[in-house]
Design a protein around this ligand. Structure first.
Ligand code: NAG
Ligand code: NAG
Ligand code: NAG
Ligand code: NAG
Length: 243
């Protein structure tokens, strides 16, 4: 019990460290996760009311058994191209020794060790999306963006973890981050643009129940930006920033 608690605590600290300009966190879990970890997990995220402007990252983090650093998967709004809306989907690993030969992936994650994979697709903001992470053999994992309405699937990327890495552990935290602030020495919380996102309850093919806890504000703009959250049918809606 004690070591589990300490592990969870350090996982949260690691995630705060990496998501350095995160504004909102929320924890997820899957019940009865096997000792060896999960072979797949799906995180629903939708952003119908997010402005089509780069800057926000809506992500969920996950740990693999025997690795202390995390992986991320999530969505970022992008500017429209001509009259098409564009969504950027990310699948990354912060684990040193992760490798990839996938053309959507490159070495490094936020300037540190790991691999980052991403795609930009013409896609509707009206639809919800499922970000699926699944094992495709050995220590290789694939990230897929699935349109929740049309079920169309887009490959985000694939990477191979160091030998000895296991399945996905049953709990971690997600976040809302305004990443332009990561490269600035200082920022004014009052200039945070407004956005909205809904995080859905994670699922896994084994059918074990997933859950989300109520989103909370954190970081250096705590209590200084508009923040609202409401539980919806299948998750939590979050709004942050100023119109
Ligand atoms: C990754 O691991 C290698 C080999 O252990 C080490 O030399 C390197 O410094 C590590 N890279 C980072 C960014 O930690
Ligand atoms: C998951 O992995 C299997 C192979 O193990 C693959 O056939 C499938 O297309 C993958 N992707 C999804 C979204 O399930
Ligand atoms: C489905 O996804 C593929 C791969 O990203 C894309 O090329 C295609 O345009 C999409 N189709 C629809 C109907 O959205
Ligand atoms: C995780 O590490 C333990 C202890 O070193 C080892 O026994 C186990 O086989 C590892 N798990 C995987 C999936 O390799």
């Amino acid at each position: 019990m004690k070591s589990q608690f300490r592990f969870f605590q350090s996982a949260i600290l690691a995630s705060i460290f990496q998501a350095s300009e995160a504004l909102v966190g929320l924890s997820w879990s899957i019940s009865n996760t096997p000792e060896t970890g999960l072979q797949d997990i799906t995180f629903p995220i939708s952003m119908p009311n997010a402005p089509h402007v780069s800057g926000y990252y809506f992500a969920q983090q996950f740990n693999f058994k025997n690795q202390s650093n995390v992986g991320y998967t999530g969505l970022q709004p992008r500017e429209d191209v001509e009259s098409s809306s564009v969504i950027h989907a990310v699948f990354s690993s912060f684990i040193n020794g992760t490798t990839s030969t996938d053309s959507n992936c490159k070495d490094g994650a936020d300037g540190g060790a790991g691999v980052s994979c991403a795609v930009d697709i013409d896609a509707s903001y009206e639809h919800g999306y499922h970000l699926k992470v699944n094992n495709t053999g050995g220590t290789t994992w694939s990230g897929t963006l699935i349109d929740a309405v049309t079920k169309n699937e887009t490959h985000i990327g694939a990477y191979t973890l160091p030998e000895g890495s296991g399945g996905i552990l049953g709990t971690q935290v997600g976040f809302v981050e305004y990443y332009p602030w990561n490269s600035q020495a200082q920022h004014s919380c009052a200039t945070l643009p407004q956005t909205e996102v809904t995080f859905g309850i994670p699922t896994t093919e084994s059918g074990e129940a997933g859950s989300l806890e109520e989103p909370y504000e954190y970081g250096d703009c705590l209590n200084e930006v508009n923040f609202a959250t409401t539980e919806v049918d299948d998750g939590y809606w979050i709004a942050v920033g100023f119109p």
